[in-house]
Write a protein that binds this ligand. Structure first.
Ligand code: PRE
Length: 277
């Protein structure tokens, strides 16, 4: 089994693959971007791809949400909550006062915004493709640069931890989804993800969709919106509910939803996880 993830080795995504029960023993294959891993899955070169979808501090990983709807063809088969600890990594011997540039993936730059403002207010923030890519650049570059990322990136690229646990809250959790060709069979404790668009000129559309779940006592665990990319004010809604699309209640709610929406995407049903790893 081959599982794609955001590389190079040393990222949080690589750690997520290592900790994901659903892909135990699989070969982990790094890609430079989420879109590259997703495309390789759609082309049949991978069995699965593990991608981050939301973070408890920074919110949606919008590039991944967009792929689910705009490049359809994969289904969510599992989810994983990863405890994320960000550290400031630099070449051995660097002092905090010397740091003029901080490199990382945009998500960690956001997760550590308070630390950066308080301790490195003059540093330039430079987006990188991933935390490990940032660490690799810092290791190869000037001593005035540091990277935000996991300890495993420091170990892999020969950097030192200059400041540890610098995320804005102790509770920093990223939710990953495992995309595959098919979603998972019912387990008894599942979650289902859908995405839909509404007819714009109909009042109460979103209310009616929510009603399909409320009426059947189905708990919703998330709602989010993203632009359709076609017109201002036209949105794709992403909704997660507890239950499987094949459960009697889930199936009947989805039938009801189908009648209320313009376009419906079934993103997948999969066992829901509780605690972060
Ligand atoms: O850059 C990495 O290390 C990643 O795996 C990406 C990513 C993300 O995009 O959310 C994954 C988990 C953390 O939230 C920070 C970064």
């Amino acid at each position: 089994m081959r599982v794609g993830y955001l590389g190079p080795p040393g990222t949080f995504s690589e750690e997520a693959v290592a900790r994901c029960e659903a892909v135990r023993g699989a070969e982990a294959v790094p890609f430079p971007t989420f879109a590259d891993a997703h495309e390789a899955l759609l082309r049949g070169e991978l069995d699965a791809a593990l991608l981050p979808i939301e973070n408890s501090i920074e919110g949606a990983v919008s590039a991944v949400l967009d792929l689910l709807v705009h490049r359809p063809g994969a289904r969510i088969r599992a989810e994983l909550l990863l405890q994320v600890r960000q550290h400031l990594l630099a070449r051995p011997g660097t002092r905090l006062e010397q740091v003029r540039r901080v490199l990382s993936h945009p998500q960690p730059l956001g997760q550590c915004a308070r630390f950066l403002r308080a301790r490195l207010p003059a540093a330039a923030l430079e987006p990188a493709l991933s935390t490990a890519e940032a660490a690799r650049k810092v290791a190869a570059g000037e001593p005035d640069a540091a990277a935000l990322g996991p300890r495993r990136a420091a170990e892999r690229y020969g950097l030192e931890v200059l400041a540890e646990n610098v995320q804005d809250s102790d509770e920093n959790v990223t939710r990953f989804v495992l995309l595959a060709r098919e979603d998972a069979p019912p387990s008894g404790a599942d979650r289902t993800s859908i995405a839909f668009t509404l007819d714009r000129d109909r009042p109460g559309g979103l209310y009616e969709v929510m009603g399909e779940f409320a009426r059947r006592g189905i708990n919703l665990s998330k709602i989010e919106s993203r632009p359709t990319k076609q017109a201002m004010g036209h949105y794709v809604f992403y909704l997660d509910f507890e239950g499987h699309r094949a459960d009697p209640a889930g199936a009947s709610a989805l039938e009801g939803v189908r009648e209320q929406v313009h376009e419906l995407h079934l993103l997948g049903s999969y066992p829901r996880t509780g605690a972060p790893v």
